[in-house]
Design a protein around this ligand. Sequence first.
Ligand code: CA
Length: 690
Amino acid sequence: MRIAIGKALGGIAIALALASCSGPDAPDTEWPLHGFDERAQRFVGLDQINSDNVERLGLAFYHDLGTDRGQEATPIMVDGVLYLASAYNVVQAVDATSGELLWEYDPQVRAASARGCCGPVSRGVAVQDGKVFLGALDGRLIALDAQDGTPLWEVQTIDQSDPLAENYTITGAPRVVGDLVLIGNGGAEFGARGFVTAYRAASGEQAWRFYTVPGQPGVPDNAASDSAMEMAQETWAGEWWKYGGGGTAWDAIEYDPDLGLVYIGVGNGSPWNHQMRSAGEGDNLFLSSIVAVDAKTGEYRWHFQTTPADAWDYTATQNIILADLEIEGAMRKVLMQAPKNGFFYVLDRETGEFISGEAFVNVTWATGLDPETGRPIEVPSARYYRTGEPSFQFPSSGGGHNWPPMAFSPDTGLVYIPAQDVGMPFASAEEEQVIGAYTSGVAMDGGGAMTEEEREALYAGMKGYLIAWNPVTQQEAWRVNELAPFNGGVLATGGGLVFAGNTAKELAAYDDTTGAKLWSFDAQTAVSAPPITYAIDGVQYIAVLSGWGGGWPLTGGVMALQAGKAVGPNRLLVFALDGDQALPPFTPPEAPQRAIVSARPADEAAIARGNQLYARYCLRCHGTGVVSAGAYPDLRASGMVTGDAFAAVVLNGALASNGMPGFEDKLTPRQLEDIRSFIQARSFEDLAQP
Ligand code: CA
């Protein structure tokens, strides 16, 4: 059999019994790190399950997660135990051969769950030396005893005296780097300054912190990033620090132990609008960049900026893969990323040198990359704040590729990318910075500039794909058309298979060379999280968390309903050859039928004000246009909106234990009435009987 584990960097301790070429036993194999090993290729050489027998793959067991709020996590499997991070950061340890729940830890973050852009999701935990590390929505990093879930230490990673503190969240998985554990944060849609912090895994003591964008000039950080920030500050203008500037590192952090480098994927500008953020001047380092720092000290080594002067939420936080590739006759140590901006990048990971980059989806904001520097060749009209005109561009703020991780197979030399074509109108919006309010400086509907026809064309043009990409030739090998955009993360195996979930409520397996669909399983809900594989006692398993939450289903509204209502019971699903279990029957929720009012409210000014307030406080969970594609109530059909309970819930937090915190400190009773009017208007528009 082909065993890729031997190619792993850094000697991860995995007990590997060499199996015979065609024997039935799979060698014991763990999934110890977020991306499997330090290369983070999400490729495992196991081939007991392969393209010849995958039709025999069946459900071996499942475990109900007790929520429908969305799953994004990569499970970690060590010592026969799966460590899962579910919605609201609930951690569960589960027997990896039976699904039996061993312990559960709930960090009680529901009160913080209206923070963040994209739901109370988590992308996973890290496990090392008997400890489980969890980043919590409210900014804490928590170490648990892997045996029983007992908390061992916790630190608050966000300075609570920072006026922007409430805008931060953690959704990313911590990464273990030597004896350190690293964690970043999110919040650049609200006003935040990004940083990554390294803590001693044994004690939680801080080792170093690297800020990704400069703070207020003259106010020292005393951080590992100090000298880098002197350089970065030259690329900023205006009073960016009042908004935080952005650059939150909310997902990709990878480590090359041979080079001693940590690679940080840095997020978008805060606010998005470059004029508002930086007086429309400067590249704004290190926004939308990959930054390499010394793993031990956090000191700057190199950077590559994918989107200078970001104005479109084009984060470079998407997953980073390390590989050694033969390029023009020479072996190169590379890293690869497909960030939101639509270009696939291959960089030299020792130096940061740009090797190549091409568009992997429809890209309209730039015509290509400079072949020497990799700098995008922009279309001038894309900078909407300069022209004053709405500008319709691909990709949207959701990106050509978002957080669901891509995978790389050294067997085929192909990268498998969950990708999409979705366009979006960008236009400047006058917005005041308010803590806890979505503050992008961009009107999400293009300032109302789209006609109904254009809007329908936009919806109809949305596509999702699984793309196989050759990183050496920068060409597509094949693509699978999905039902809708925003499909699941990817796993590649030595069995010639690529596994990925999708919006059609499946986990599916494809031939890694042709893209032929060889197998699928009805998961009763969309599958966004990436699958993993492992082997215990000779049996190879495929495991994935099912669930539909996160940015697109929560915010996309009617656009995210392109796939139908894809919400369902969230589960750990584990498969093996000849698995014979079945899920209990599930009836999907019905679409809302009836309006909550018999007439449109008369006060149009109140409806308009309510629309603005809804966009800043409510949309991130209840959806664009008050259409819910996620698990949250569809307010167009919620009788609660018309009664006294509305104030008790929205202002006073009567449903805080369900994850609907009160907004008493943010909204006045008058503003509540404006929001009520807007929701009633939307209900009448969509659901009133003709
Ligand atoms: Ca963002």
